[in-house]
Design a protein around this ligand. Structure first.
Ligand SMILES: Nc1ncnc2c1ncn2[C@@H]1O[C@H](COP(=O)(O)OP(=O)(O)OP(=O)(O)O)[C@@H](O)[C@H]1O
Ligand SMILES: [Mg+2]
Length: 259
């Protein structure tokens, strides 16, 4: 079905947390793919069934080798591991050195991930910057979602990154088949104004990006996704907010994938 690329500009606004949360509650079968060129975090944060550590060799590293020989989308499953709780994950590289070693493989890997049969892939693309290999990943995706915190500096960086990305992806250009660009805001429970204000900022700058919702700023919930088992994750504010965003994104991307 489709690759949904999650990314951000400066800072660490919670891209990995948003990607894992969305994949965990996605209304269709989904895997989370760690595509951050600086390396993945999930192997350090979460475990496989019965607490067994995940294998660092199975994931982007092994898929990269397969893609070099010419793989088909069905083969992506051979590189996927299951977390305790059932979520399927394509583990990321272990360092930025490995990321650089991927060379030109990012684009064919993104093409594979966008075409895995009967499954959506939620890709954690980390931070975007000039020349980032993940810009190629975003261009192959069914949709791109930028994560932002509601601070003046973050929104200013979002605005310029989204403007650059929208032209790179040809987002919003009618009839060009461009990739749609969305924004998710990580906000506190009582902050329901930020998404509208950020949409206004983007609209004023004529950036064709749609704020699709908010993810709760929830240190307890985020802590559980980092391996601190301190409560029921499914009842956390984080996961409850992710359900609403996932439902909306899954709806728009299924229409997009069918086009
Ligand atoms: N929704 C959230 N509520 C509270 N804390 C959060 C949330 N999302 C992320 N955090 C915290 O922020 C920190 C960074 O989170 P995360 O690893 O998801 O960010 P990232 O953008 O992927 O960062 P990096 O660029 O380093 O990969 C972590 O300590 C995490 O617990
Ligand atoms: Mg991350």
């Amino acid at each position: 079905m489709g690759l949904i690329a999650i990314a951000a500009d400066k800072g660490a606004p919670g891209v990995t947390t948003v990607a894992v949360s969305l994949a965990a509650v996605w209304p269709r079968r989904a895997i989370v793919a760690e595509l951050d060129p600086f390396g993945g975090d999930i192997a350090f944060r979460l475990r496989g069934p019965r607490g067994v550590p995940l294998s660092p060799e199975t994931g982007m590293l092994s898929l990269g080798l397969a893609a070099r020989r010419g793989a088909d989308p069905q083969q992506v499953f051979e590189h996927v591991q299951r977390l305790d709780g059932g979520l399927e994950v394509l583990l990321g590289l272990s360092s930025s050195d490995q990321g650089a070693g991927m060379g030109t493989l990012w684009e064919p890997i993104a093409q594979l991930l966008d075409r895995v049969p009967d499954i959506d892939v939620i890709g954690d693309c980390g931070r975007l910057y000039h020349g980032a290999p993940t810009l190629d990943v975003c261009r192959e995706a069914t949709a791109v979602v930028l994560v932002v915190r509601p601070t003046i500096d973050s929104v200013a960086h979002l605005r310029s990154r989204a403007a650059m990305l929208a032209s790179h992806l040809r987002s919003g250009a009618v009839g060009t088949g461009g990739t749609p660009l969305f924004v998710v805001v990580v906000t506190g429970a009582r902050d329901d104004r930020s998404p509208k204000e950020i949409q206004h900022v983007l609209g004023t700058a004529q950036v064709p990006a749609t704020v699709i919702g908010r993810i709760a700023h929830d240190p307890r919930g985020a802590g559980m996704l980092e391996g601190e088992w301190i409560g029921r994750l499914d009842r956390s504010l984080l996961i409850r907010s992710a359900r609403a965003v996932a439902a909306r994104l899954a709806r728009v991307t299924s229409v997009q994938a069918a086009v």
